[in-house]
Design a protein around this ligand. Structure first.
Ligand code: HEC
Length: 133
């Protein structure tokens, strides 16, 4: 009976030692830092990407605009390169989407989109700004 108790104590002691080594690993920054790195460069992980793209796909934008190449309108990546991501440009471009625009990229005008809310137009511009390299 005594031997049995000693064995139990020994097992409990070993288990406690085994358990204490786990948090040590978690505290090591090199273990937790690695998986976060690729997500930071992936623009599709940003919630504004999905929301803006969904609105753009639902509207008529893609009949005139492509992401990477010029179509009737400028490529979204060229728009992103031209305008810095500022609150001022966000408002400016959202206004152009709603009211229409011309003369910035050529002679072809962009048709107005009066049915769009300013919030939706801004959400579209946020997506376009994410394409900036
Ligand atoms: C009928 C074709 C057409 C449609 C539809 C269209 N665009 Fe355009 N878009 C253009 C043209 C052409 C220009 C360039 C206008 C200019 O030179 O000022 C342009 C310019 C832009 C610009 C840059 C404006 C500037 O002043 O630099 C943004 C941003 C934009 N469009 C977003 C959108 C979004 C978002 C939609 C969908 C709601 C959309 N466009 C629908 C043709 C279109």
């Amino acid at each position: 009976m005594k031997k049995y108790l000693v064995a139990l104590t020994a097992i409990a002691f070993l288990a406690a030692c085994g358990g204490s080594s786990t948090p040590e690993k978690k505290d090591n920054p090199s273990v937790s830092a690695e998986p976060a790195a690729p997500a930071a460069n992936d623009i599709s992980a940003n919630p504004d990407y999905e929301k803006g793209l969904t609105l753009i796909a639902k509207s008529d934008c893609l009949t005139c605009h492509k992401t990477d190449t010029k179509n009737i309108g400028p490529a979204y990546k060229d728009v992103a390169a031209k305008y810095e991501n500022t609150e001022e440009n966000l408002t400016l471009l959202a206004g152009k989407i709603i009211k229409g625009g011309s003369g910035v990229w050529g002679q072809v005008p962009m048709t107005p989109h009066p049915a769009l809310s300013e919030a939706d137009a801004k959400q579209m511009v946020k997506y376009i700004f994410l394409l900036r390299k």
